[in-house]
Design a protein around this ligand. Structure first.
Ligand SMILES: C[S@@+](CC[C@H](N)C(=O)[O-])C[C@H]1O[C@@H](n2cnc3c(N)ncnc32)[C@H](O)[C@@H]1O
Length: 148
């Protein structure tokens, strides 16, 4: 996604992932353009943001938080760090129950609204079949929220 945002002229983009390898691959793919991005290697459940973000886009990270404590930490983080809009994309209730051998938590519209509804108004939710690079299909739900 960061590639497309840069190509369209967006600025002040940050990319967070717990995996140094994942960040390194994305940086390599972007080449010189990677210098325009703030790269953050951190666990989303303990990340302490130094700034606020107008748009927060989480694809396939939130569903890897499976404990009440981790989900609460994420709720607190986005309540504090997001100024305007948040998009959360997770495996749907028709999606996978494990990813890369790890447990995940499936979501539907009501679970996402229950989780984030105190601080965010839902704009829209939709499900989508994602075709992986290995030609398997994963059903996702994406919900867009506006900060209250
Ligand atoms: C399926 S990949 C999605 C990567 C990217 N968001 C995308 O849409 O292409 C899931 C990513 O979540 C990262 N991840 C898992 N748990 C995390 C956590 N607690 N904090 C930050 N990143 C995490 C993994 O390292 C992995 O790169």
């Amino acid at each position: 996604m960061v590639d497309y945002l840069l190509d369209q002229g967006y600025e002040n983009i940050s990319v967070l992932d717990i995996s140094a390898n994942a960040l390194a691959r994305a940086k390599k793919r972007l080449g010189e353009k990677a210098e325009k991005v703030t790269w953050i290697e951190d666990n989303i459940t303990v990340f302490e943001p130094k700034e606020k973000y107008d748009i927060w886009h989480d694809r396939a990270v939130f569903h890897s938080l499976t404990t009440v404590d981790d989900i609460k930490a994420h709720q607190r983080l986005v309540a504090q760090a997001v100024n305007k809009y948040m998009i959360i994309g997770t495996f749907s209730i028709n999606g996978l129950i494990k990813c890369s051998g790890l447990e995940i938590k499936q979501n539907d519209e009501s679970s996402l609204v229950n989780t984030f509804g105190k601080k965010f108004n839902k704009i829209e939710c939709f499900t989508e079949n994602h075709t992986t690079p290995f030609y398997t299909t994963q059903n996702f739900i994406f919900c867009t929220f506006a900060k209250k």
